[in-house]
Design a protein around this ligand. Structure first.
Ligand SMILES: Nc1ncnc2c1ncn2[C@@H]1O[C@H](COP(=O)(O)OP(=O)(O)OP(=O)(O)O)[C@@H](O)[C@H]1O
Ligand SMILES: [Mg+2]
Length: 253
């Protein structure tokens, strides 16, 4: 099998995070066409965007602390499953043969060897496994398993050649929280040590926003995987990032 690529379609791309339950069908369709045209084995993760995050926040669910459960767990999961169905149906319409799966059972309760062969079989069959940020049950309670964290878990197991994070901005910018995302401030490369020192905006996210993303990206890069950040609104750049070609965005070095 050709080398595997792991990509996250950020919730900021596939939805409008400013508008609850707003799905960006055309954007997902365009990205799907590029995934299908790449003819490479791709594993996808998607974020919560304006489906998962607002519901999780309303009920105080985060990736940091454990919660007792109840209505918030049901409603957050419901929102994520609804988004996953929209994502997968749109990708299917774009020519991607999706295989949706909930991350928890596979990543937390089974061993790496099993996960690797299970995903390997799907990929060899030409399917594109798609998973997503989810609410998971642990002995101490319920917690959000963020899509970014899942990227790290999958990277450890799959050892992909590349990891691509598609965002609603062109990549990682230098500057603090209130900084406008200007072209000149885009970091075309970023080192792992730079990432830990970067001032970032907090954003409206139940799981740590760009801060968590950079922490995760640093861990994935330390595994020897090439990590890139690219705008999901620029399909040609996304396609190049997926293929490992030069693209407009940020590469972790
Ligand atoms: N230094 C920075 N560089 C790039 N983006 C930044 C920076 N600081 C803050 N951000 C914000 O981080 C956002 C991306 O992270 P966010 O978690 O909101 O998106 P996402 O991961 O795509 O969504 P989801 O968590 O739903 O999957 C961007 O929209 C941007 O506004
Ligand atoms: Mg996020």
């Amino acid at each position: 099998m050709a080398p595997v690529i792991l990509a996250k379609l950020g919730g900021s791309v596939i939805t409008d995070k400013a508008k609850p339950f707003s799905f960006r069908e055309e954007v997902v369709s365009a990205l799907g066409k590029e995934i299908a045209a790449s003819h490479q084995p791709v594993v996808l993760v998607h974020g919560g965007g304006s489906f998962g995050h607002p519901v999780a926040k309303e009920y105080g669910l985060t990736s940091g602390a454990y919660s007792r459960g109840g209505e918030g767990v049901s409603k957050t999961r419901d929102a994520m499953y609804a988004l996953n169905q929209l994502v997968c149906r749109t990708l299917m319409g774009a020519g991607v043969e999706t295989y949706p799966f909930a991350p928890f059972d596979l990543l937390v309760s089974s061993n790496e060897k099993h996960t690797r062969s299970w995903l390997g079989r799907l990929l060899s069959s030409g399917l594109c496994p798609v998973t997503f940020g989810d609410v998971s049950s642990y002995p101490r309670g319920f917690r959000i398993l963020s899509g970014d964290t899942i990227m790290h878990e999958l990277a450890k197991v799959l050892k992909p050649v590349r990891c691509v994070f598609a965002l609603d901005v062109d990549g990682v910018y230098r500057g603090g929280a209130e900084k406008k995302w200007e072209r000149g401030n885009l970091l075309r490369t970023i080192s792992v040590s730079q990432m830990s020192k970067l001032k970032v905006g907090l954003g409206d996210d139940a799981t740590g926003g760009i801060k968590l993303k950079l922490e995760v990206a640093a861990k994935i890069a330390s595994l020897g995987t090439r990590v890139s950040f690219v705008s999901g609104f620029r399909r040609a750049e996304f396609a190049k990032a997926l293929k490992g070609l030069d693209f407009y965005g940020t590469v972790v070095v």
